[in-house]
Design a protein around this ligand. Structure first.
Ligand SMILES: *Cc1c(COP(=O)(O)O)cnc(C)c1O
Length: 358
């Protein structure tokens, strides 16, 4: 029996693999496309909003889709060690798949800018973690340099197999909906994912699996928005650490996706991101990390805009928001915020009293 139901075995014919490729999989993909009734109500006009919940991948972010490809191809080429720079999720995923493949894994991280859950993941999977006194862009530069001279395979999204694996999320959406959505909204950091979705939608369309292509709406954090400003940002800042990137590797791919689809690129503030995160958790029951909430915040922003991409949206349109990573990766951000909590004695009457129920 084949136990592997990961993206390579399911979408083999669309991926650059052969019989000679040893598939390294943790059964990534097949994430739920959750209907969001309250978000749909917000959009109105009988539109339907779905959330692609990528936090339910094996290491709790979409990075696993690309990593199964990158590590499988590395294994095919006899690679013994991989290296990556990361804002957290790439290192968690690389470490997991490297462990599965029996490879060494080195990750270079910006010190103090990684959510605790992600750091814990890299460590427990057995990666060698190097913290640097710099940002993600510095880490990526180092990885490129080391990748050139040493026997390390670079598994950042400059590795073309990452994008190939990540495009399978677009396939899954069409497989579930029977058609591409009218709009696809997602966060943009290093811009590999928006590039990958656009490639996936294009390939399925070319195969006749869908009749239309979605408009791609990408959202950067206001403090780290190089694509929006049209120039690299030297010191990117945002609470959404996974999209805290000043010089995206897939710059051109992102701009092509947005322009060719007739889409839209915008920014959302940290306040809007955190509000989007809370809103989705408390209204739809989905806990996502801050970077993921850029798509939700972006949707809310577009609904407020008089001449934005969703102004006059056709009745009955379908919208998909990709939420990229699980909220538990970065629970600190919630626990640091002001949520009301109650304290009571170990006593029924006092518990009710504190809750205002007595
Ligand atoms: C990597 C990541 C992003 C950004 O994706 P890019 O492909 O770099 O644009 C967004 N959210 C989460 C949770 C991520 O891990």
């Amino acid at each position: 029996m084949n136990h592997d139901r990961g993206v390579i075995s399911r979408y083999r014919e669309y991926l650059p693999v052969s019989e000679a490729t040893p598939v390294v999989s943790l059964n990534e993909g097949s994430t739920p496309l959750v209907h969001a009734p309250r978000l749909s109500e917000k959009v109105g006009r009988g539109c339907q909003v779905f959330v692609k919940y990528e936090g339910l991948n094996p290491t709790c972010s979409f990075k696993d889709r690309g990593m199964t490809m990158a590590i499988s191809k590395a294994a095919e080429n006899g690679v013994k060690a991989v290296i990556c720079a990361s804002t957290g999720n790439t290192s968690a995923s690389a470490a997991a798949y490297a462990s599965r493949a029996g490879m060494d894994c080195v990750v270079i991280l910006p010190a103090g800018k990684i959510a605790m859950g992600k750091l814990a993941q890299a460590l427990v999977y057995g990666a060698k973690v190097v913290e640097i006194d710099g940002n993600f862009d510095d880490a990526l530069r180092l990885v490129r340099e080391i990748g050139e001279m040493e026997s390390f395979e670079v598994v950042n999204s400059i590795n073309p197999y990452r994008i190939e694996g990540q495009k399978t999320a677009a396939f899954e959406i069409i497989d579930v909906l029977g058609e591409a959505p009218d709009f696809h909204l997602l966060p943009v950091g290093n811009a590999g994912n928006i590039t990958a979705y656009w490639k996936g939608y294009g390939e399925y369309h070319a195969k006749g699996k869908s009749k239309r292509l979605p408009k791609m709406l990408g959202f950067q954090a206001a403090g780290s928005a190089p694509l929006y400003h049209g120039a690299p940002v030297a010191n990117p800042e945002t609470v959404a650490t996974a999209i805290r990137i000043g010089n995206p590797a897939s710059w051109d791919g992102a701009m092509t996706a947005i322009q060719d689809s007739g889409g839209h690129l915008d920014i959302v503030t940290d306040e809007e991101i955190l509000a989007g995160q809370r809103w989705l958790a408390s209204n739809e029951g989905l806990f996502i990390e801050p970077a993921s909430a850029a798509s939700i915040a972006g949707l809310c922003k577009c609904l407020e805009m008089e001449d934005g991409p969703l102004a006059g949206v056709e009745p009955g349109s379908t919208l998909v928001c990709t939420v990229t990573g699980h909220g538990l990766k970065d629970s600190d951000i919630i626990l640091q915020a002001e949520f009301p909590m109650f304290k009571a004695k170990t006593d029924k009457a006092d518990v009710l009293n504190q809750l205002g129920l007595s």
